[in-house]
Design a protein around this ligand. Structure first.
Ligand SMILES: [Zn+2]
Length: 398
């Protein structure tokens, strides 16, 4: 029994995580999982309840004996502010700690306007939405933001983002945290969407890939149930992998022959414009495809095949159970193209058990992912234990 994975979860923070993730929702179940004595378990649960993070109520299905009371993570213990900032558009929401939306606003926003103008608008929307749903700034427990470029997640700073001029190295948590007194977490949009999609629909698949194909192309990787970011947030940045035979195409990153230069929504919009069908962005391409316009459909299918080339390698490396296609081009023609090359190029071994799915509408997934990112950080077991220690030292020093 030396396996570290079998070490029982015993700290208050770990008990709260078991309840929050639904792994144990009664005292009995927690006692079984933790191996704690009844009195120790009681004192830890008391501490969590007095902090306001845990509630106990109702009845569970009883087998005739005394009904057990249900433990629940207290989703009402404050609110979260979340924003999904895309190239030309943003969605902002106030949610409870369980990700339930309390207020939402979406609209045009140009990420290219630079960090301060964009974040000021987002903060303005946050304040309006908080007022709309009757909450105050001091009830905010965390802020989660996603942006369309690589981010150093620990620092919350974009790293040389090709389509976010002015944002390179900008201290987003510093700027937002000076205006909202709560932890601020930032990540790349594909990572946040991957987290949201995996937690909501595919929690049983600890290896999971989401590819977002909109103005740019990026992938979010879940490995071992957690977002895999690499050394500084560059993991999954597949849009700038060179595609053999497309060296003439100039990319927004300054290089040539990148996947994003030929197969992104932005690249297809440019091709359609050249063909005399003016198209401004990936969402414009999507509209033409949904209208059944033949050039848009043909180019989209080819783009799917090209993205499939790169995904064939990625799938062999990561061996995920689920591949989700998200973004403007997440529609059947594109996905058919992806399947075509993926099944041709990847080992049967790698695709045998692979499910390929089209994402739910991107915005809901991004907001859900931002909530999960914040709650899993703010209520990480070590963080909960640290805050309980602070609370108890405050109590004892009185
Ligand atoms: Zn590039």
């Amino acid at each position: 029994m030396a396996d570290a994975n079998l070490t029982p979860a015993t700290s208050a923070g770990e008990l709260l995580r078991l309840v929050r993730t639904g792994q144990a929702t009664t005292r009995k179940a927690l006692q079984n999982l933790s191996g704690l004595s009844r009195s120790t378990l009681t004192s830890r649960l008391d501490a969590l309840q007095s902090a306001g993070w845990l509630t106990e109520s109702g009845q569970e299905d009883s087998t005739g004996g005394r009904p057990a009371r249900q433990l629940r993570f207290n989703n009402r213990h404050g609110v979260l502010l979340t924003a999904s900032i895309d190239t030309m558009h943003a969605e902002v929401a106030v949610t409870d700690l369980g990700g339930q939306r309390l207020a939402r606003r979406a609209g045009a926003m140009r990420v290219a306007d630079g960090p301060e103008p964009v974040l000021d608008r987002v903060l303005g929307w946050f304040r309006g939405l908080l007022a709309d749903c009757g909450h105050r700034l001091d009830e905010v427990r965390g802020v989660g933001l996603s942006v369309p470029g690589p981010v150093d997640h620990l620092l919350g700073r974009p790293v040389q983002p090709p389509i976010m001029p002015g944002w390179d190295g900008f201290d987003i948590p510093g700027y937002v945290g000076a205006r909202v007194p709560a932890p601020v977490l930032v990540d790349n949009d594909a990572n946040v969407m991957a987290l949201g999609a995996q937690r909501a629909g595919f929690a049983d698949s600890p290896a999971f890939v989401l590819v977002k194909v909109s103005t740019g192309i990026g992938a979010g990787l879940i490995v071992g149930g957690e977002v895999y970011r690499g050394i500084d947030g560059g993991a999954g940045d597949i849009g700038h992998i060179r595609l053999p035979g497309s060296s003439a195409a100039r990319c927004m990153c300054g290089s040539t022959g990148c996947l994003a230069a030929v197969a992104s929504g932005g690249a297809l919009a440019a091709r359609l414009t050249e063909l005399g069908q003016p198209t401004a962005s990936g969402s414009g391409v999507r509209k033409r495809v949904l209208d059944g316009e033949s050039d848009a459909v043909r180019l989209t299918r080819v783009a799917g095949r090209q993205v499939g080339e790169v995904l064939a390698t990625l799938i062999c490396v990561v061996n995920p159970g689920v591949l989700v296609i998200a973004g403007d081009l997440a529609e059947p023609h594109f996905v058919a193209g992806v399947r075509e090359t993926l099944y041709q190029r990847a080992l049967p071994r790698a695709t045998q058990r692979l499910r390929i799915e089209i994402s739910e509408p991107a915005e809901g997934v991004a907001i859900a992912g931002a909530c999960a990112m914040v709650v899993e950080s703010v209520f990480a077991p070590a963080e909960v234990d640290r805050r309980l220690a602070v609370l108890s030292s405050v109590t004892t020093s009185r």
